[in-house]
Design a protein around this ligand. Structure first.
Ligand code: MRU
Length: 390
């Protein structure tokens, strides 16, 4: 399936065919800075510092990191060293492990002389698969927006609340949670997006607001703590977020603050959907709260904020008393019972082991994630089973 993407922006290969270019997301929305990665160490650094971020993009960046490593040392030892360096970059998004395992499985049987070209080819395939996958997620999620529109009975746009950036900046295509929004907008369906700022790093305020704004999608940024209020006032028709890791039973880890939104949505009977590709499912885990590793990042992200001054210069300012204790858990886990439905490239299902198994029948609980099959690799037709009632 050939699919075009809305903008060339998050990661691409330079004209030399080997340098990996990324859009530095730590500088957005204030500056558009492109970084050129030529070594695996630079790829690892880009992931750690969140110049690239978002579960699918982290995975593909790591895959290209392996390709960069193969240029220097394509021996078994070189492969193992690259794997070890990259796997340690960020712990929660399981797409990282999935991509690195897939690269290792693909390259290990090959002669070291051909591993570099094979690595670039495989990483490029992951990149185009992600674009097709996002599109499929968008198509399935679009139906939910269409049915929300019907419920609005012409009283205004569908009001969607999202958190963090599960957008095209976090992927290679349309994003996950944002894909249905882009397709709805393209189809002329009126939507309005409440963008939750997402402290401490403000991925909502900085990144989601930037990319939705670029596409002309009406949006309003709100502070994280406004979500309960908006839901209570009946100002949200649908909550749509992404995920970094989903367990076999449908628990979903996503950016810190997602869980609180799910609790509030449940209390106010507003549907809460999580959108993600099959590569985000960790079939080896069943209990997300107990088993998903939660990244703890620097306390400085809590005590300080980065923004542009009135002259446009980027500056970091402290918002707490100097030396105060701070803790920075970067993700939380929303238990499956709070989730109305899961949107994947294969369709929409209940957040249950049976729901996921129905969409991914080739998997068994406990196994490593197989290669996804939304696009040209698809063997099964997309299908949907009814999400939970709210
Ligand atoms: O810490 P980040 O910015 O990498 O966290 C990103 C998220 O939590 C996203 O919602 C998730 O990765 C989905 S990206 C399409």
């Amino acid at each position: 399936m050939s699919v075009s993407k809305p903008f060339d922006g998050t990661l691409w290969l330079a004209k030399d065919g080997t340098t990996v270019c990324i859009l530095d997301q730590t500088r957005l929305p204030h500056e558009t800075v492109v970084r050129r990665l030529t070594t695996v160490a630079q790829a690892a650094e880009a992931i750690v510092t969140m110049q690239v971020r978002g579960a699918p993009l982290i995975g593909v960046t790591a895959a290209f990191g392996v390709a960069l490593a193969m240029r220097k040392d394509s021996s078994d030892r070189g492969m193992a060293a690259a794997h070890e360096l990259l796997i340690a970059t960020r712990p929660t998004a399981v797409n990282l492990r999935w991509a690195l395992d897939a690269m290792r499985e693909h390259l290990a049987p090959l002669d070291p002389n051909v591993r570099t070209s094979a690595a670039y080819a495989e990483a490029s395939r992951m990149l185009s698969d992600d674009i097709a996958t996002n599109r499929a997620i968008g198509q399935h999620g679009l139906r939910l927006i269409q049915s929300a529109l019907k419920k609005r009975r012409g009283t205004g746009p569908v009001r969607i609340l999202t958190h963090c950036n599960a957008g095209r900046l976090g992927t290679l295509g349309w994003g996950t949670a944002t894909a249905p929004m882009y397709l709805a907008h393209e189809a002329g369906i009126p939507i309005h997006v409440w963008v939750s700022e997402t402290r401490p790093r403000n991925q909502g305020a900085a990144l989601t607001a930037w990319e939705l704004g670029q596409a002309g999608i009406p949006l309003t940024v709100v502070v994280d703590n406004a979500a309960g209020h908006l839901l209570q006032r009946g100002l949200v028709d649908l909550v749509l977020v992404g995920a970094d890791r989903v367990t076999a039973n449908g628990d979903a880890a996503n950016k810190i603050g997602t869980y609180l939104k799910a609790l509030a949505a449940k209390a106010h009977r507003v549907p809460f959907y999580v959108a993600f590709p099959g590569t985000t499912i960790d079939w080896t885990l069943r209990d997300g709260v107990r088993e998903i590793p939660i990244e703890e990042r620097s306390a400085r992200e809590v005590t300080h904020v980065v923004g542009a001054s009135s002259t446009g210069r980027l500056a970091e300012v402290r918002v707490t008393p100097e030396g105060v204790a701070a803790r920075n858990d970067a993700f939380d886990v929303t238990p499956a019972h709070l989730i109305t439905g899961l949107i994947t490239e294969r369709g929409v299902c209940r957040a249950t082991a049976a729901g996921l198994k129905h969409l991914f029948p080739e998997t068994t609980i406990g196994m490593k994630s197989p290669r996804p099959s939304a696009g040209r690799r698809s063997k099964s037709k997309p299908k949907s089973i009814k999400p939970a009632r709210h």
